[in-house]
Design a protein. Structure first.
Length: 375
């Protein structure tokens, strides 16, 4: 089996448990992605990883044709029974190369619709019909299944005619190890500033601007709150926040930028609230990890986010692109610690019941068996 993603970081952080489960079950697993430092971490786990000559942002037809040729040759040599691609570009390229190479089963997991479908920039609008056409070509055929992470994306793909209803499977994200992400002991010290964290890639469509505007508003009111951003810029994404902007906010005392954080359980144990004012998600893993840690959550009433949080039950939902509403929700939880605790405990209960990685891996393996006729 081949697992294909657009970064080695994604494979390590989101799919290593799946790869290890497949290996434990006796399957030969090959992980492929563009080169990066996490490839060696995958190899250190005893997994087989191979870099690809892939540029996520490339639109050069010759370069893209060369990548397809490379993948076709790789699949012809490896002769996998199944190729599983993650994200839209990997879904298209992995499925096209697999079909050409005669791979019998193709699975694609698309986490959200990506830049091409979420941005209104001219470049994104220009690419949209091309990507739709390629998706129809790549996702078709009896040996294909499309895994989506939320009902809104299922409806969108069906309405666009990108895939037959019978080929779609709904699986809630990539899962979280709820034993590793656990509720911290004890109550927060009310004498210290509230610590509010936004964990995500540094992209504008994660609601970074609204987070900074909320921080400016609440600090202006004199509230004792520390705002933290955890995540690296993503130079391969057109919506990346420039590092100069991030450093400017730090210099102005609006927030702390932690950059990439390896030990997320320790970070969650050090904060009091997690917010994600994203414009759209597949199923945001950072929110689910925070939920597993029994932290109160504030996020937007948009696809993906509202599948993690039910307003007033296990978190608070606010309208997207609304810094005022975001600030009000943060202030409400600061002013009502009992509500914050109740929402956090309910969030962990939902994470255990719906988002534990064992549930997600079992559902994914069921899709594999469905295609391969194994059990």
């Amino acid at each position: 089996m081949v697992l294909f993603a657009n970064t080695d970081w994604y494979l390590y952080n989101f799919r290593r448990s799946l790869a290890l489960s497949l290996r434990h079950a006796g399957h030969e697993v090959l992980l492929i992605s563009p080169p990066g430092p996490y490839g060696e971490k995958l190899r250190a786990l005893g997994l087989r990883w191979q870099p690809l000559p892939m540029d996520r942002r490339s639109l050069n037809p010759l370069r893209e044709a060369a990548l397809l040729w490379h993948m076709w040759g790789l699949f012809r040599r490896e002769r996998p029974d199944l190729v599983h691609g993650f994200t839209i570009k990997c879904a298209v390229y992995g499925s096209l190369a697999a079909r050409l190479a005669g791979v019998p089963a193709r699975v694609n997991a698309v986490a959200g619709m990506g830049y091409v479908f979420t941005s209104n920039e001219p470049k994104a609008r220009l690419l949209r019909p091309v990507v739709r056409m390629l998706l129809r070509l790549a996702l078709g055929g009896r040996g294909a299944r499309l895994i989506l992470q939320n009902p809104d994306d299922v409806a969108l793909f069906k309405a666009a005619g990108l895939v037959d209803d019978s080929q779609v499977r709904l699986i809630a994200g990539s899962g979280v190890d709820c034993s590793r992400f656990a509720a911290r002991d004890g109550e927060r010290d009310n004498a210290t500033p509230l610590r509010v964290l936004l964990p995500a890639r540094m992209l504008w469509d994660k609601g970074i601007a609204e987070f900074i505007a909320a921080a400016r508003r609440l600090k202006g009111e004199g509230r004792p709150i520390d705002f933290l951003l955890a995540g690296a810029p993503d130079p391969g994404n057109p919506a990346a926040v420039p590092e100069a902007e991030l450093h400017g906010w730090v210099d102005n005392g609006l927030m702390q930028w932690l950059g990439h954080v390896d030990d997320m359980p320790a970070l969650f144990a050090s904060v009091d609230m997690v917010v994600l004012p994203s414009y759209r998600e597949g199923l945001p893993k950072g929110l689910i990890e925070a939920a597993a840690c029994a932290l109160p959550l504030v996020t937007c009433d948009v696809p993906g986010c509202r599948d993690v949080v039910t307003d007033g039950v296990d978190g608070l939902l606010v309208p997207p692109r609304d810094a005022h509403a975001l600030a009000a929700a943060i202030a409400r939880l600061q002013d009502d610690p009992a509500l914050a605790r109740r929402l956090g405990h309910a969030a962990r209960a939902k994470a255990l019941a719906q988002f534990d990685e064992r549930i997600v891996i079992a559902a994914t393996l069921a899709v594999y068996r469905e295609l391969l006729g194994d059990g």
